[in-house]
Design a protein around this ligand. Structure first.
Ligand code: PEP
Ligand code: MG
Length: 593
């Protein structure tokens, strides 16, 4: 038994198997059961083959364009890829330590880096860059489009998350019915972790220094938020304490969840909080979180069910179920946001696995996507619009077009809505009620023509995930450039303000549904920019509510004015952190006095 001392920021005692998350390398370490070992090493092998194919392709391309000398640089990487020191050694780690392949590859890189650093010959030392490049590619291929947050949803029940640090946006993606508590190396009672732990209502201990290195994935731990400690391989007494806490708590956990309602700032400004969902089953989570409506239903996930799942009647049932389940709240259904490849797979009989079509799998270079593709392939679009319009009389529906880049596309999309409505009437069915039709603002061109679009759209929803990637030229699914993906870039904040102003001028509603809305540290700033409607992952709604209750609207307007004058992401982050911290301290001193 080992006791690690930290700072308890949320009370309670829980036990579970450790899941390790180290964010700086974006590597998640979890235990692989012996039964899944073969699968895990096969994954490693597939990633190696994919990496080989890519490198051979790159080498050929470089040879064609730049000549054979430069292309030979990739020979070194190809040789390393087949060297027993890399993939076979990683596979041995997976088997020996029962850990996941991503972690094994990262661990190996760490060991190899130190070996390279010790070599005196500068030529060999430089090869470290090649290894880093190769390991990055191998890791990317291992994930094959599965983002860390998707992995976080798949952890075993009764886990304890041990992270170097826990960003709120990531915390919001964790399935907290499986993860019983969290511990972090970093932090004291900082703003973020304190809010997080309180809102999630799970025990938490922070400031453990190196727990994420000391504890092995799958080890049994007891997290004690009352005694400020994490106990590794606990004794029977510690486990019994966790058991008693769970027993005492059980009746207190209501099944109703949070009451539905807006977030409210300390000075009474109401902020509308809705949920983003991908599957009809997620409705329960949205309701549990107290969402006022569904601000984004990513309907393209229906395509994962194969051809039958997108037949008109099946779609109608799904939309009707969402509308009735969320009444009296509004449900905003985004029409299919896929590219051509993804649409093609739809005709396959095999339903794809859950997670298909997730953001990581979307090709960012692909311009024929969203509304553009729907207009080019009207046979799918018409079916979807008819199903939506038929469902509209069962609740409050809004139809939203993704990937709009200009007024022409919006008009064409709207024209098809009118046609679909007429077609339903022709069939002798109920004439559909009026349904608001809006545009996602997620392409810089749309942001810059927001004043024009606002004249013809019934509402706007700002999709910052894509807006950031296209504005900053950073592929959101490519971990290698993830450091450049900066939601607080001055250009992004200005665009958001521009879109909000255009909507206000035409008096149309505007909400924001990108990941930025799921970060409770950013929501106050966005409110300062004038936004009062958000849609986020259900787990983040409680966090946003908590964060808003602690700030005054007039102070947020002032914060936004200061931030808009700052020229770099670092200065903006600093200003934001300083303001939030001083709010926290002021509240703490008010409580004491
Ligand atoms: C966005 O782009 O911000 C968005 C919400 O849509 P998606 O993440 O599905 O592209
Ligand atoms: Mg998008």
């Amino acid at each position: 038994m080992i006791r690690l001392a930290g700072v308890g920021v949320s009370p309670g005692v829980v036990s579970g198997r450790a899941v390790i998350l180290t964010q700086h390398s974006q590597a998640l370490r979890y235990r692989v059961t012996p039964a899944r070992l073969e699968q895990e090493t096969a994954r490693l092998d597939r990633a190696r083959l994919r990496t080989r194919e890519q490198l051979v392709e790159i080498r050929a391309r470089v040879a064609r364009r730049r000549g054979p000398e430069l292309a030979a640089l990739f020979d070194a990487q190809l040789l390393m890829l087949d060297d027993p020191m890399l993939v076979p050694r990683a596979a041995a780690l997976v088997r020996g330590e029962l850990v996941n392949a991503e972690w094994a590859v990262q661990q190996l890189f760490h060991d190899l880096s130190s070996e390279f650093d010790e070599v005196a010959d500068p030529y060999f030392r430089e090869r470290k860059g090649d290894v880093a490049d190769l390991v990055g590619r191998l890791t990317m291929n291992l994930r094959h489009g599965v983002a860390t947050r998707d992995l976080l949803r798949e952890v075993d029940e009764a886990s304890i998350l041990i992270a170097d640090e826990l960003a709120p946006s990531l915390a919001a993606q964790v399935d907290w019915t499986r993860v019983r508590g969290f511990a972090t190396d970093a932090g004291s009672r900082t703003y973020h972790t304190a809010i997080l732990a309180r809102s999630l209502d799970v025990p938490a201990v922070v400031g453990l220094h190196n727990a994420s290195h000391l504890v092995l994935a799958g080890q049994l731990v007891v997290l004690d938020g009352d005694a400020d400690e994490l106990i590794v391989e606990p004794d029977a007494e510690a486990l019994a304490r966790a058991g008693r806490w769970a027993d005492d708590r059980r009746p207190a956990k209501g099944i109703e969840g949070e009451p539905r309602g807006p977030g409210v700032t300390a000075d009474g400004v109401r902020v509308h909080l809705e949920a983003n969902i991908e599957f009809p089953d997620d409705l329960a989570a949205a309701r549990y979180a107290g969402a006022e409506g569904i601000g984004l239903y990513r309907s393209e996930f229906l395509l994962a069910g194969g051809a039958d799942a997108v037949a008109e009647d099946r779609q109608y049932e799904v939309y009707r179920g969402l509308l009735e389940g969320m009444a009296p709240g509004t449900v905003t259904v985004r029409t299919f946001d896929v590219d051509e490849d993804q649409l093609q797979r739809r005709s396959s009989r095999e339903p794809a696995a859950r997670g298909w079509g997730a953001e990581g799998g979307r090709s960012s270079g692909q311009g024929l996507r969203g509304l553009r593709l729907s207009l080019k392939r009207p046979e799918f679009f018409r079916v979807q619009l008819r199903a939506l319009l038929r469902a509209a009389r069962h609740g409050s529906l809004r139809i939203m077009f993704p990937f709009v880049s200009g007024v022409g596309e919006l008009r064409e999309g709207r024209r098809m809505v009118v046609e679909a409505s007429a077609e339903i009437a022709r069939r002798g069915e109920h004439a559909p009620p009026h349904v608001p039709v809006g545009a996602m603002i997620e392409i810089p061109a749309a942001a810059y023509s927001a004043d024009l679009l606002a004249r013809e759209a019934d509402f706007f929803t700002i999709g910052t995930n894509d807006l950031i990637q296209y504005c900053l030229a950073v592929d959101r699914a490519d971990e290698r450039v993830s450091g450049l993906y900066a939601p607080l870039h001055p250009a992004i904040l200005r665009m958001i303000l521009m879109v909000r102003r255009a909507a206000t001028r035409r008096r149309i509603p505007v909400s924001l549904c990108g990941e930025m809305a799921s970060d409770p540290a950013l929501v106050p700033l966005l409110v300062g920019l004038g936004l009062t409607e958000f849609s986020m992952t259900p787990g983040a709604i409680g966090l946003a509510r908590q964060a808003l209750a602690e700030v005054r609207h007039d102070e947020l307007r002032a914060l936004a004015r200061r931030v808009l004058r700052l020229p770099t992401v670092e200065e903006i982050e600093h200003e934001l952190a300083a303001t939030l911290q001083s709010n926290l301290e002021r509240r703490a001193s008010n409580v004491e006095s």
